[in-house]
Design a protein around this ligand. Structure first.
Ligand code: ATP
Length: 331
């Protein structure tokens, strides 16, 4: 019988547990032996492994986090580390390794695939949605929901006090989360890595909009969504400079790690079930070194290098809509 192993790696994301559960249930049906390595690639190096049973999957679908724990692992990126991982997999007779994580985790999986002969299958789990080859990643939808509900609350207090707020959302170096959160919360302005030109123009544009609105309506609130890692001096520098240029107080709000937590929303649960189940159907095939993802709602496979080499552009229509909504006429 086949021995499959699962690990979760890199930034944790809501729905990782749902994905583990889907894999375990599909694999159990086929009578496979199922192991879980703890703390990402660290568990692979230390051979920290637990047996995953269907009983353990009870009530797991809705839980945030990951029961396998996640981590980054420096040692795994070295030649010795990769060799040790390959040896451990071989010693434990693992046939297939499922890696749930982001593009960094897939780079690691690909490197491992160069020296280990077993089957490697990646599943996209990250709130950033910055993985090419799949329409969405597990955890992305929940993170949007968390960001939107937080921005709604910021809007309430911003409105009550006619204040300017700067809300920083996650996304690493991609603007998917910031764009979706800004659109769904009717934020006044969004600063995206893919659309950022320079600091002076951005400050001037925001100030002009605030002033136009004040001229029309008197005191107003203004909520700006800032994607992390875009503003060279960070959010506090941006707030100070905007405050000085606009003559308004500007309050920073960093949503931070709350965006990584929480019970997954239905879309993430369904994606996790779809991809986890599909991934297990590949075990008896010669397909390896791929990530499973969705394209137009259908499960597909893409070679691992494509997940980080290909560009994943922001959806044009969403960008256009957001730019339109940032126009003073619609505020
Ligand atoms: P997220 O983007 O959500 O944080 P991620 O999977 O991209 O998730 P990373 O920290 O980039 O997170 O990568 C996770 C782990 O993958 C790293 O700690 C490292 O162990 C391994 N890894 C990344 N790149 C490589 C590489 N080129 N070779 C070997 N291992 C790698």
């Amino acid at each position: 019988t086949k021995h499959i192993a699962i690990l979760t790696s890199g930034g944790d994301a809501p729905g990782m547990n749902a994905c583990i559960r889907a894999i375990v249930i599909a694999a159990d049906r086929l009578g496979y032996q199922i192991s879980g390595y703890l703390r990402g690639y660290n568990g692979l190096l230390d051979d920290q492994r637990i047996t995953l049973t269907c009983e353990r999957m009870h009530n797991l679908l809705q839980q945030g986090g990951t029961i396998l724990h996640s981590a980054r692992c420096k040692a795994f990126t070295t030649e010795q580390g990769l060799k040790k991982a390959a040896d451990n997999l071989t010693k434990s007779n693992v046939d297939t390794l499922f890696v749930i994580g982001g593009d960094g985790s897939f780079r690691g999986a690909h490197a491992l695939g160069q020296i280990w002969e077993g089957q490697i299958i990646g599943l996209p789990g990250t709130i950033d949605n910055d993985v090419a080859g799949t329409d969405a990643t597990i955890g992305y939808y929940t993170a949007i929901e968390t960001a939107v509900s937080s921005i709604d609350k910021v809007r309430d207090t911003a409105d009550a006090f006619d204040r300017v707020f700067m809300v920083e959302v996650m996304g690493r170096h991609a603007g998917f989360l910031a764009l979706s959160a800004a659109l769904a919360s009717a934020s006044d302005y969004v600063i995206l890595p893919e659309r950022f030109s320079n600091e002076a123009d951005t400050l001037t544009q925001i100030c002009t909009q605030i002033q136009q609105r004040q001229a029309k309506r008197g005191p107003v609130s203004y909520v700006i969504v800032l994607a992390e890692n875009v503003w060279p001096g960070g959010i506090n520098d941006l707030c100070v400079r905007l405050a000085s240029q606009s003559n308004m107080e500007v309050k920073p709000v960093i949503l931070g790690h709350v965006q990584r937590g929480g019970s997954p929303v239905s879309q993430d649960r369904l994606l996790a079930v779809q991809l986890g189940t599909y991934a297990v159907t590949l075990v008896e095939t010669s397909t390896s070194g791929v990530m499973v993802g969705t394209y137009e709602d259908k499960a597909v496979t893409v070679p691992l290098p494509q997940t980080w080499e290909d560009a994943k552009p922001l959806p044009d229509d969403a960008v256009t809509t957001m730019m339109t909504l940032m126009n003073e006429r619609y505020r």
